[in-house]
Design a protein around this ligand. Structure first.
Ligand SMILES: [Mg+2]
Length: 192
């Protein structure tokens, strides 16, 4: 049996985009309609900003060079990715570009090398349509349901406050760092 191929989304499972967004907006004094970062119900945290001018300013912050370079690593992600590699899995990072940010692509590659090790930037696949990328599993906090029909991978939701029950991802399998790898890709003879 060939090694499982796991495609890992970047913003969400690896880079803590939403936490960074929340903290930078708090520093700027922007007003949210939720009281805690874990109360996020909308896919895009900007949709929790109440003032249109602050929403525009927050979008400009995300679209500016430097944003992706400064994202913190999600807790458990470095150990988790290296555990996958140690288990013999092929790990590829599969991300959609943020077209509005002019340095997004280079920044994402540099960020992976910095936090996950030299050479890991060569594991980066940037695509607007993840259904075109082959794999056994796509671990993603917000995969587009329209990808599912033609994808070779099985979607597994990386758990986040906005993608739970009641969301369009609530019915799908979910997983997060620290759970056994066998629950993400069951191996033969080993039930999760
Ligand atoms: Mg994501």
């Amino acid at each position: 049996m060939s090694a499982p191929v796991v495609l890992v989304d970047m913003d969400g499972p690896l880079a803590d985009f939403d936490l960074h967004f929340w903290l930078r907006c708090q520093e700027a004094g922007y007003g949210f309609d939720v009281g805690h970062v874990n109360d996020q119900r909308h896919r895009y945290f900007t949709d929790h900003l109440t003032d249109p001018a602050e929403k525009r300013a927050a979008r400009a912050m995300v679209d500016a060079p430097g944003w992706f370079e400064s994202l913190p690593v999600v807790a458990g992600a470095v150990d988790g990715v290296h555990a996958m590699i140690a288990a013999g899995w092929e790990v590829w990072v599969c991300t959609k570009p943020l077209e509005a940010n002019p340095t997004c692509r280079d920044a994402k590659a540099a960020w992976l090398a910095e936090h996950f090790g030299k050479g890991f930037d060569r594991r980066l696949i940037i695509t607007p349509d993840k259904s075109l990328v082959r794999g056994d599993v796509l671990l993603d906090d917000a995969p587009k349901p329209e990808w599912f029909a033609r994808a070779s991978w099985r979607p597994v939701i990386f758990d986040a406050p906005f993608n739970r029950d009641g969301s369009e991802w609530g019915h799908l399998d979910r997983w997060t760092w620290g759970q056994p790898l066998a629950q993400l890709i069951p191996t033969e003879g080993a039930k999760p």
